[in-house]
Write a protein that binds this ligand. Sequence first.
Ligand SMILES: NC(=O)C1=CN([C@@H]2O[C@H](COP(=O)(O)OP(=O)(O)OC[C@H]3O[C@@H](n4cnc5c(N)ncnc54)[C@H](OP(=O)(O)O)[C@@H]3O)[C@@H](O)[C@H]2O)[C@H](O)CC1
Ligand code: K
Length: 494
Amino acid sequence: MNILNKEQLRATDQHTIQVQGIRSWDLMERAARELLKAITREFPHGEFSILCGPGNNGGDGLALGRMLKEKGINTQVFLLESPKYSEDNLENQKLLEEFEVFNLEKLPELWPDSIIIDALYGFGLRTGLGIEWKALFEKIEGRTCLAIDLPSGLLADELTTSPYVKADIVYTFHCPKKAFFAPEHGIESFEIIDIGLEKVGDGNYQYLADVHLLLNQPSRFAHKGTLGQALLVGGSKGMTGAIDLATKAALRGGCGIVKVYGPGCTPDLPSEALVQRDINLEYIKQTPTIDAKTTAIGIGMGMSHNGQEALLEFLSVLPPIPLVLDADALNILAKHPEKIPTGAILTPHPKELDRIVGTSKSSFERWEKAEKLAKKKGIYLIVKGANTHIFFPDGKILVNSSGNYGMAKGGSGDILTGLLTAILAQGYPIEKALPLGVYLHGLAGDIAAETLGHDAMNAGDILTFLPDAWKLLRRRACTTSKYPRRSTEQRELL
Ligand SMILES: NC(=O)C1=CN([C@@H]2O[C@H](COP(=O)(O)OP(=O)(O)OC[C@H]3O[C@@H](n4cnc5c(N)ncnc54)[C@H](OP(=O)(O)O)[C@@H]3O)[C@@H](O)[C@H]2O)[C@H](O)CC1
Ligand SMILES: [K+]
């Protein structure tokens, strides 16, 4: 799903109007109908106070107000006094029998228990709102508030430090807006409302959807030799848990063989993994041998800085196979950025990224720097967090749509590294392997949160639910495939 900026949204709007032979008013009507469905589904017993602005966002609010009233739902509608209203806004004013006009000196008299619907401004704001808006926004703060398209005052594509509405849910049209992914803005929940806009090509900036379409279907005749060999390198004295988690994740990642290279103190790992230990007890000192069958390598989980020389030596002799670099490998490379191999996949969290590119004042600045680094070095960057971002060397950016805050626990990242390495080892092209691995990891976390709760779940639970995540994705692929390849036995099990 393309993530569009406001200019692209306007263009999509116009294109849809032209191609579908409709008026912009029809689109607004469609938007309001879909909002009505979503809001009454979520709040079947609510009464509503709608605040409408002068543009089309306000027009959406007016149309929604009319539809709520037609359904017999208690609704009050307030319209901001303005010298200029948009055409569709005016048309909707005429269709609504009753509404009150307000201004920032004479604030609306809201019912005490109603749900606020914020339809003041959408993506049409030119600049942030002034402090004169604070009194109104404070008046609705603490009440249940639903924003239409964007919380009013929030700029769609940039950092907003001026006042904006704090909404509980944002019902956003067509696609999420860039501003929703910046932790600074605190957008806790958004729902995408499909209003049937026409797609205008594939953009460079996308929200992950339909990930099951990326799945390969291994042959019925596959064997461990054809499913790929992953090699994981990491661990040091006192930090052996990370390689353990990465190994277990790789073993649930679908590849034929998982090999591990660690220091002498590497603990016992699951017996399915082939473990090789360095002659040095505490950290990796030697360069692991890579046999020709190795198809992807993951490095860094729990490595200590003592392993610096071995890492740099290792990187200089690596064959051209997919390489995932995480954790300490990233910290070591932050001091030697010239040694970052072209084509490598780096999986930093924001702090690790900052060590490579310098600190940033905002998420927007950090995203820009990540984009530049990926292009300049010809590498792939997976910047972990809520809505993990994947930056490609050609400028493409993918934003993950799965995952939750329950996953924000130590060890989560090690699992991602193991999983990605295993997926890459199977021969998935990097362009598919990265979104697939990142999405599956988040999906397993979502199932863990659903089953165990966000608070109690830990990183190991992501592993526990990885099989369910794979099955869910395979099932989605089966239902969309014309000829699902399943035996009678498999079909019975589904
Ligand atoms: N394609 C879609 O997704 C659809 C979206 N719809 C809805 O339309 C809005 C966008 O509508 P638009 O009219 O373009 O913009 P807004 O309603 O957000 O705001 C426009 C008004 O705001 C005034 N404005 C601009 N900047 C400021 C400011 N800094 N302070 C105060 N007022 C400001 C602006 O005035 P101008 O002088 O610039 O004209 C307008 O009065 C979108 O978000 C959706 O909700 C459609 O309904 C369906 C299709
Ligand atoms: K709004």
